[in-house]
Design a protein around this ligand. Structure first.
Ligand SMILES: Nc1ncnc2c1ncn2[C@@H]1O[C@H](COP(=O)(O)OP(=O)(O)OP(=O)(O)O)[C@@H](O)[C@H]1O
Length: 683
């Protein structure tokens, strides 16, 4: 890495002056936007939205607006920040970090300086420059691999606030490469815990929106594992000036479906398998009834008869359209109504009328049109008078009117619906799962992709996006993948995850396995290898666990050590809650107690009030699943053996739990420690 230069207060003063000028420029732009916004009163909503978005954007990028400067060997200096700014003469003042020319800020090293002589990290608070950190890159130097190391270390060691921060000032080269990868196709980012997958995915969204305007119109969707997680990352994109991204969990992706139940692991696995799609399709198909004999339908007092061959023909024709069930049902209905209308018209026309309207052939026994015939014709809008007996009994308009009145007739509709019923997604899934009382069907997270699949089979459309980001992607079942693919017809996706952290037994064991059915081999893999969250001491504590369950998987390379060795404490089952409650606050900072579900109630009682429910509390109680993607200054694992034993992927859950710590890790085990943790120092 480059050599640090001595920094004088003069240099801080120079940067302060520049920063003040930048803020003055943004103040002026904001004022202008506010004026324009006021001027749009009464004008179209479009320009109101544009100016409102501009004010929001300018407010959002204020904090840390300018964070870097590159001094080039052959040209002048460039300031790097959260947006591009130009002075009144259109001279550049600040370069958006996403612009191609800003790239060297993240990738230049002493070994490959990319024309950069000096890289300066500028730390600001509000409108004040508080620190500068320089690297000189034109000296011969070994390449340490990290860019802006002092600023990076300051960022990763800072206390956690409970909300994720953006890392735009200290992005590393391996991360920058992924962020700027082509947006087309599926990019999988695999990396161990704390390697910045979430951070990279979110910065990639900001980069893609900046670079590809069409994505602003088409929309970007970010999928996360839980609402707590989405809340945790919720500030990152707005801080990068992006407010339009939709974030959701898979379970929340279907409006109107409330998840209120947790399935046992075996059920979750079963519901997650792709074969459920075939079962749902078969279930929907089976709802179409082929009658064995003729079907009699009452219409306006007459009996119309559908013969089974006509029904079969209509089913075949409807299926041939390839339309989803409910739409194909309309084709089926229309087909049979046509048949019925023909049938009715033939019957009516077989009545040959005299000039005075008397029937001389067929019709009713007395040779006149029956009452029912007249009613049917009247219902179809055909007026048959005694004096002006119809010359053409049924023209095209009459036939259409006849079809419409057949279609509108409740008796006809009920008969057709009985053959090809109109279905709801909830009904189909409840039926397949054998849920007795449909109205009370309360859904689990694993039911949501089934409901979505059923809805698609029935012909409901869902919103689609130009790019979809899937975080903690290893947790998604095959059915959940199908659901997401429907939302991304262009298959432009960023998928980030870690197969060693899969906790959902229906989740991924291999990327190939979950992606190939949708994109064949058109996906590419990028890896992140450096761990920014967990210090070396915590990484070491997980070594035996990782080796036992994922032999061959290398843990992330930690960029720092804290000197704080993880410890474990043995206790008795009886004392366990009290010991956890006593130790948790002593860990200092923002602390997570991570425990298996079976202990949550007991521990919630023992811990400070609110811990169980308030993720922003100083001490928060979480299950490993809830802790996914989050991080804390300190973590206390409560009963690791129970976490390991809670399900087939308990070892991955324990790995997730241990790697949430940015500084300190403690373990409380009632009884002997699991073998995987025996090497952790006993206290
Ligand atoms: N280049 C960087 N500069 C500063 N901080 C970074 C950098 N990269 C990652 N971090 C920090 O490291 C921590 C872990 O990042 P992140 O949550 O994105 O990791 P992850 O790979 O998604 O982890 P997990 O798999 O455990 O969910 C975050 O606090 C993030 O801000």
């Amino acid at each position: 890495m480059g050599e640090r230069s001595g920094l004088t207060s003069d240099e801080i003063a120079i940067e302060q002056q520049y920063l003040t000028a930048l803020h003055a420029r943004v103040d002026a732009m904001r004022q202008e936007a506010v004026k324009r916004l006021a001027g749009t009163r009464g004008s179209d909503g479009g320009s109101v939205a544009v100016w409102r978005a501009e004010v929001t954007r300018l407010d959002a990028v204020r904090q840390g607006m300018c964070f870097g400067r590159l001094d080039m060997r052959d040209s002048g200096s460039v300031y790097i920040g959260r947006l591009s700014l130009f002075d009144e003469d259109d001279e550049p003042l600040l370069l958006d970090w996403r612009a191609p020319a800003a790239r060297a800020f993240y990738t230049a090293t002493a070994a490959v300086p990319r024309g950069v002589r000096r890289r300066r990290h500028i730390t600001t608070r509000d409108r004040v420059v508080v620190a500068l950190d320089d690297e000189l890159l034109d000296l011969d130097g070994a390449d340490g691999g990290l860019v802006g190391e002092a600023a990076l270390l300051a960022a990763v060691t800072a206390g956690r606030t409970g909300r994720m921060r953006d890392i735009v000032t200290t992005l590393q080269a391996e991360q920058d490469r992924i962020i700027r990868e082509d947006h087309r196709g599926v990019l999988v980012v695999q990396g161990g815990p704390g390697t910045g997958k979430t951070a990279v995915a979110l910065h990639r969204v900001a980069y893609l929106l900046y670079t590809h305007q069409h994505l602003r119109t088409r929309g970007v969707l970010v999928i996360g594992p839980s609402r707590i997680f989405l809340d945790y990352i919720g500030q990152v994109l707005p801080g990068l000036g992006e407010h339009s991204v939709v974030t959701s969990t898979v379970a929340d992706l279907r409006p109107g479906v409330a998840v209120s139940r947790v399935d046992p692991p075996e059920t979750e696995v079963e519901k997650g398998r792709a074969v459920m799609a075939d079962r749902l399709a078969a279930a929907v198909r089976s709802k179409v009834r082929m009658p064995d004999g003729p079907v009699d339908i009452d219409f306006e007092g007459q009996v119309l008869r559908l013969d089974p061959a006509a029904c079969r023909r209509a089913v075949r024709r409807a299926r041939r359209t390839g339309l989803p069930h409910n739409q194909a049902g309309l084709v089926f209905q229309r087909d049979l109504v046509d048949a019925l209308a023909r049938h009715l018209a033939d019957r009516l026309e077989s009545v040959v009328l005299t000039d005075t309207g008397e029937a001389i052939d067929g019709g009713s026994a007395d040779g006149r049109l029956s009452e029912a015939d007249l009613r049917a014709l009247a219902a179809a809008g055909v007026v048959v008078g005694q004096d002006d007996g119809p010359k053409e009994l049924l023209d095209d308009t009459d036939r259409t009117a006849l079809r419409d009145s057949l279609l509108a007739d409740p008796g006809v509709r009920a008969a057709l619906d009985d053959l090809w019923p109109r279905l709801t997604a909830e009904g189909v899934v409840a039926d397949l799962l054998g849920v007795a009382d449909r109205s009370a069907a309360d859904w689990s997270a694993a039911d949501v992709p089934l409901l979505d699949e059923a809805a698609a089979l029935l012909g409901e459309s869902c919103p689609t996006f130009g790019h979809v980001v899937v975080d903690e992607a290893q947790e998604l079942s095959e059915m959940a993948w199908r659901m997401l693919m429907r939302r991304c017809p262009t298959r432009s996706m960023t998928v980030v995850g870690d197969l060693a952290q899969t906790g959902n037994p229906a989740g991924a064991r291999s990327w190939e396995h979950v992606l190939a059915p949708h994109v064949a081999d058109r996906w590419r893999l990028a890896r992140l290898t450096v761990g920014y969250r967990t210090p070396a001491e915590v990484v070491d504590a997980t070594a035996d666990l990782l080796a036992a369950h994922h032999p061959g998987t290398r843990p992330p390379k930690a960029i720092r050590s804290t000197g704080e060795t993880p410890w474990r404490v043995r206790t008795t089952p009886a004392d366990f809650p009290a010991v956890v409650a006593r130790l948790a606050p002593s860990l200092n900072g923002r602390v997570a107690v991570i425990a298996p579900r079976e202990h949550v109630d007991r521990l919630a009682e023992a811990l400070s009030p609110g811990a169980a429910h308030d993720p922003s509390a100083e001490v928060v109680l979480l299950t490993p699943r809830q802790a996914k993607g989050l991080e804390f200054d300190a973590v206390l694992i409560a009963d690791p053996a129970a976490i390991l034993g809670a399900g087939p992927l308990g070892h991955n859950d324990l790995y997730v739990a241990m790697t949430r710590a940015t500084h300190r890790l403690g373990i409380v085990h009632p009884g002997p420690p699991p073998a995987e943790l025996a090497a952790v120092r006993e206290r």
